[in-house]
Design a protein around this ligand. Structure first.
Ligand SMILES: C[S@@+](CC[C@H](N)C(=O)[O-])C[C@H]1O[C@@H](n2cnc3c(N)ncnc32)[C@H](O)[C@@H]1O
Length: 281
């Protein structure tokens, strides 16, 4: 898997990235502990060295957004941007599986990520309310010890189909560990509910997550630790890792989103002071 390496070439490369380079797998973007590969997660994850990663933190395609199979197979822009895609973000693929196939597919890549995760490392995977049961099954079938669900409360701007509804105001992070859950030295316990509104100026993906919500998650990893996000999208996880002083490897198959990511991360580094500040301890 060859990419066009963007960012600061020739600088310090984390061990995992140097190892992949030795296999001829070059990043699309690499800078200051952040590395993005363009490709498919099932192709790349098997090449990560075993026991090399502190956490899997990811937001896969939800394959959700409708009650009928025809609705689920619709373009993600139609499913997830019901208020319109005014910002013109690109669409993406891989969002069409029915729930049985979704559970099976998630189990495959979670298993591969588990192999790359250190003993005691975290698995944290986003889903919506429809796919939450499938995701907790897949997290366990993939080999993580399921330990809980962290709701991410996005606030009252979230959509409700009509006034009779409870708002679809939360998404859910199913989390677990590879074997024992180790004590975090000088950190934690971590908040079990995350409240963070989406900043629409900084939402560069049609299903982009809040940088602040991701900052909460990456802080479970030791400072300087390594995260993998196999569905990087616009690289919100990588940005949060940079802000919080962690390293992150992202994988993204759409070139449009690799480009958006490269620009977003370069913008962050060139601003110097950072858009978002590190969260208070
Ligand atoms: C839900 S989005 C992630 C959004 C991200 N959290 C953000 O804030 O920008 C999922 C991403 O996974 C990518 N994707 C889908 N199937 C993939 C695959 N098999 N391998 C790698 N990336 C894939 C899509 O292109 C999409 O950008």
């Amino acid at each position: 898997m060859k990419g066009i390496a963007r960012g600061n070439k020739g600088e310090f490369r984390p061990g995992v990235v140097a190892y992949l380079s030795g296999l001829g797998i070059e990043p699309y973007y690499a800078r200051d502990g952040l590395t993005l590969y363009r490709g498919e997660e099932l192709d790349l994850l098997p090449h990560l060295p075993a026991d090399s990663i502190d956490a899997l933190i990811t937001d896969p395609p939800y394959c959700s957004g409708a009650t009928s199979s025809a609705g689920r197979a619709a373009d993600p822009v139609a499913k997830y941007c019901q208020g319109g895609n005014a910002l013109g973000r690109p669409t993406f693929g891989g969002d069409h599986l029915d729930q049985r196939s979704f559970r099976y597919w998630c189990t495959l890549w979670i298993r591969l990520a588990l192999r790359a995760t250190k003993q005691g490392g975290y698995g944290m995977v986003f889903s919506d309310w429809r796919q939450l049961p499938a995701m907790t099954d897949a997290l366990q079938a993939g080999g993580f010890m399921w330990r809980g669900i962290v709701p991410w409360d996005k606030g009252r701007r979230s959509r409700a189909p009509h006034t009779g509804y409870f708002r679809h105001q939360a998404e859910y992070i199913s989390w677990g560990t590879k074997g024992p859950c180790l004590k975090a030295l000088g950190r934690g316990p971590f908040d079990g509910v995350i409240s963070a509104q989406i900043n629409y100026r900084d939402k560069l993906h049609i299903t982009g997550k809040s940088v602040e919500a991701m900052q909460h998650l990456v802080r479970a990893v030791p400072p300087g630790g390594m995260i993998v996000d196999p569905f990087a999208g616009s690289s919100t996880t990588l940005l949060a890792a940079a802000i919080e002083g962690r390293q992150c490897i992202g994988i993204e198959r759409e070139e449009s989103y690799c480009e958006i990511s490269a620009k977003r991360l370069d913008d962050y580094f060139s601003r110097g002071d950072g858009v978002a500040k590190t969260l208070a301890a």
